[in-house]
Design a protein around this ligand. Structure first.
Ligand code: ATP
Length: 235
């Protein structure tokens, strides 16, 4: 076994009724690494992140984290173990304040109800604790979604298109933030439409196409041109 492996997906198949979304997919996220998961719309990227997070039960295959099999463990157990998902669309509670959103991530026991670490890592949120999350900009909401994950003290963060719908300048800020998380040693599994930015940050890359792995290797071996032409169908 790969002793560097933090998270492994081993021969995972996921289907929605008759529709197979992932077929025999295997992938490894190494400790302290950034892994990009790329591919066209409908390739199964979100499904893979949801299977790892515990939101989607595989039909077959195995998922291991930190040496333990987690294939059928519930979401909260995975969060406690150190696996956290920033979902597509961010998943913040729009009607709750920033403080309430952060507290919602923490266990109920008072001793651990300290949102300080999230505010240190995402200082822009500190001045907005009483603001309803839904009244913030898209970029600020995305920062809040990242901060929530960060509060659970994750070893790996699964990021589903964190740049979606954001202006380029804001995308830069988000990528700076996730770069800082990576620099702290948190592993990242990154689904991203901004291929260049993802490959800049990533050590390893996988391309999913129609539910199957079409490329696996070093991020630097995956050229943007090849990716666009071979997998995303852009000439
Ligand atoms: P996108 O970039 O569009 O989000 P994706 O690579 O994340 O695409 P998935 O969302 O994982 O792909 O979808 C993979 C396949 O599974 C698609 O064919 C999709 O239509 C199908 N699918 C996804 N979710 C469901 C669901 N809840 N019920 C039925 N089919 C689904």
């Amino acid at each position: 076994p790969d002793t560097d492996a933090l998270l492994t997906v081993d021969g995972v198949t996921v289907a929605y009724g008759q529709q197979v979304a992932l077929r025999d997919v295997s992938l490894t996220v190494r400790r302290g690494s950034v892994t990009a998961l790329l591919g066209p719309n409908g390739a199964g990227k979100t499904t893979l992140l949801r299977a790892v997070a515990g939101l989607q039960r595989p039909r077959s295959g195995r998922i291991t984290f930190d040496g333990a099999t987690i294939t059928t463990r519930p979401v909260h157990a995975r969060v406690r173990a150190g696996v956290c998902l920033v979902p597509e669309g961010r998943g913040v509670f729009r009607n709750l304040t920033v403080r309430e959103n952060l507290l919602a991530q923490l266990p109920r026991s008072p001793r651990s109800r300290d949102i300080g670490p999230a505010l240190e890592a995402f200082p822009d949120l500190a001045g907005r604790l009483s603001q309803a999350a839904g009244t913030m900009s898209g970029g600020q909401q995305q920062m809040l979604a990242l901060a929530r994950c960060y509060l659970s003290n994750p070893s790996v963060i699964l990021l589903d298109e964190v740049s979606m719908g954001l202006a380029p300048l804001v995308v830069d800020q988000i990528f700076d933030s996730i770069g800082r998380l990576a620099a702290q040693g948190i592993s990242l599994l990154l689904v991203e439409q901004y291929v260049d930015r993802a490959l800049d940050l990533a050590d390893h890359a996988y391309v999913l196409n129609r539910g199957e792995i079409a490329f696996a290797g070093a991020a630097r071996d995956l050229s943007r041109e090849a990716l666009l032409a071979d997998y995303l169908g852009v000439e």
